[in-house]
Design a protein around this ligand. Structure first.
Ligand SMILES: Cc1ncc(COP(=O)(O)O)c(C=O)c1O
Length: 472
């Protein structure tokens, strides 16, 4: 088989995979991961198998993947499949330009500059810049690292004693803040979880109290991480008051907009992030609601010199970096050396849709979330478990025959969903309650798929109730 026959075969598989989003197939493989571990042959051979078996391996891989492009996939904060971004992903891999210098990625560098500057403009950082990262987790880490450099200038060079440095996050913030605290040398125990209001938003008055408490203990507050779109409830912390509090104490404000940042396209919903221009740094995942294939995420900072300082590697990399492109080479703003061109797929998708296309996508997702909320509220055996700000719809099945066993009932409903393979949604907790967390972040979702989803939950819920000892 020559290379063009091989690529034709690969293209046929791609075409078939994309077409399968409209076929009525399972979302997840029928066998459990444990069974797949026993049955799939994934060993690495001593002697290579050549090109032909690669195609068989691809078939097996596709058959045993979760079909994240199906509209019924509503499990994490992303889903669907966009063709311009897919094309960008394929061509980025084929061209394999690395993003450290413009010499080695000429058009890629131009594209990444353009996309980052546009995202900064949208946030309200007119002189800002940033870098592409592997995701919101690393974006949060970079935000906290900038905060560290701001609080302890030259800590990048001299090192740092983080044992007394404290970062504040909402009690509902993403776990990546803990990991970042570890990586930057602060430690999990120096992450203070600030109380939220009933909607899951960080309470400014509680932040003031926590900062004062930390100061009275002789510790140093250095960073507040506000979340714009929390993972479970989709809550938006009130950035404007949080920024006033943080800045009155010279504390860095980082906004984790990994999930909720895309609201900035919509005139109707942009106000969810009111005051974001007051932040010092922001991370924003294009691989979540914007539907661009993993990974694609931006870290943006108001004062780019800080990012540059903490990514400074002096002149040791003389084999890569030369003075003539000093202010253009993106390797001076990244902690990575070799780096994929993740901006290409986002740029292609953005050129294809325009700002207006993203805006109508956000508005459509929000109205689908309204629709799901209405279906839940109208049903006697379903109840919303949180107020809604974004496209996260947190609800549960409820029944008088199981009022003390609702957690077990909802866990079992989710287990049955996974076995059945028609819909995938997340099971989460709000306080002590188990909830079904459905997010609208996939262009395949429609009002009718949501109606089928609700019917499916109710059917499983009723079956579970029938099987309870108390129902016999
Ligand atoms: C609010 C929030 N921040 C950060 C992250 C981490 O993002 P990533 O998976 O891109 O690292 C997530 C992931 O779900 C998230 O929900």
């Amino acid at each position: 088989m020559n290379s063009s026959e091989f690529l034709d075969e690969v293209a046929t598989r791609l075409d078939d995979y994309v077409a399968s989003r409209d076929r009525n197939e399972r979302v997840n493989p029928p066998q459990s991961p444990a069974t797949l571990r026993k049955t799939l042959d994934v060993h690495l051979p001593i002697e290579g198998h050549g090109l032909n078996p690669v195609l068989d391996d691809l078939d097996t891989y596709i058959a045993n993947s979760v079909k994240t492009h199906r509209g019924e996939f509503m499990n994490p904060l992303w889903g669907g499949l966009s063709l311009p971004a897919l094309a960008g992903e394929i061509i980025a891999a084929a061209t394999n330009n690395s993003m450290y210098t413009q010499e080695l990625s000429p058009m890629g560098t131009l594209i990444e500059h353009t996309v980052l500057r546009r995202m900064c403009e949208m946030v309200g950082f007119p002189d800002g810049f940033g870098t592409f990262t592997t995701g919101g987790s690393n974006g949060n880490m970079l935000g906290m690292l900038c905060a560290r450099e701001h609080a302890v200038p030259a800590s990048t060079k001299k090192g740092f004693d983080g044992t007394n440095m404290v970062v504040f996050v909402s009690a509902e913030a993403h776990y990546s803040v803990l990991m970042a605290a570890n990586v930057i040398g602060v430690g999990h125990l120096n992450v203070v979880k600030v109380a939220c209001d009933e909607g899951g938003r960080m309470r400014p008055d509680a932040l003031i109290d926590e900062i004062q408490l930390v100061k009275s203990e002789g510790r140093t507050p250095f960073c507040v991480v506000a979340t714009a779109g929390t993972t479970v409830r989709g809550a938006y912390d009130p950035i404007r008051p949080l920024s006033e509090i943080a800045h009155s104490e010279d504390i860095w404000l980082h906004v984790d907009a990994a999930w909720g940042g895309t609201c900035m396209f919509s005139n109707k919903h942009r106000s969810l992030m009111d005051g974001v221009e007051l932040a010092d740094s922001v991370c924003w995942d294009a691989h979540k609601m914007m539907g661009v294939a993993l990974v694609c995420s931006a870290f943006l900072v108001k004062q780019p010199h800080l990012l540059r300082t903490l990514c400074d590697h002096t002149n040791v990399a003389h084999y890569l970096f030369h003075d003539d492109a000093e202010n253009i080479d993106l390797g001076r703003y990244s902690l990575q050396c070799g780096r994929r061109n993740d901006a290409l797929k986002l740029w292609l998708e953005w050129r294809s849709r325009g700002d207006a296309g993203w805006a109508s996508m956000v508005d459509r997702y929000m109205s689908l979330a309204d629709h799901l909320q209405a279906l839940v509220t109208q049903h006697e055996h379903l109840e919303m478990m949180s107020e809604r700000s974004w496209t996260n719809v947190c609800f549960r099945f409820t029944h008088p025959a199981a009022s003390h066993e609702l957690n077990e009932v909802n866990i079992e409903i989710r287990n049955r969903l996974i076995k059945e393979g028609v819909f995938m949604v997340s099971r989460s907790n709000i306080g002590d309650d188990v909830v079904v967390r459905c997010v609208i972040s996939n262009e395949g979702v429609t009002e009718s798929s949501l109606a089928r989803f609700v019917e499916t939950i109710v059917k499983h819920g009723s079956d579970v109730i029938q099987g309870l000892p108390s129902a016999v």
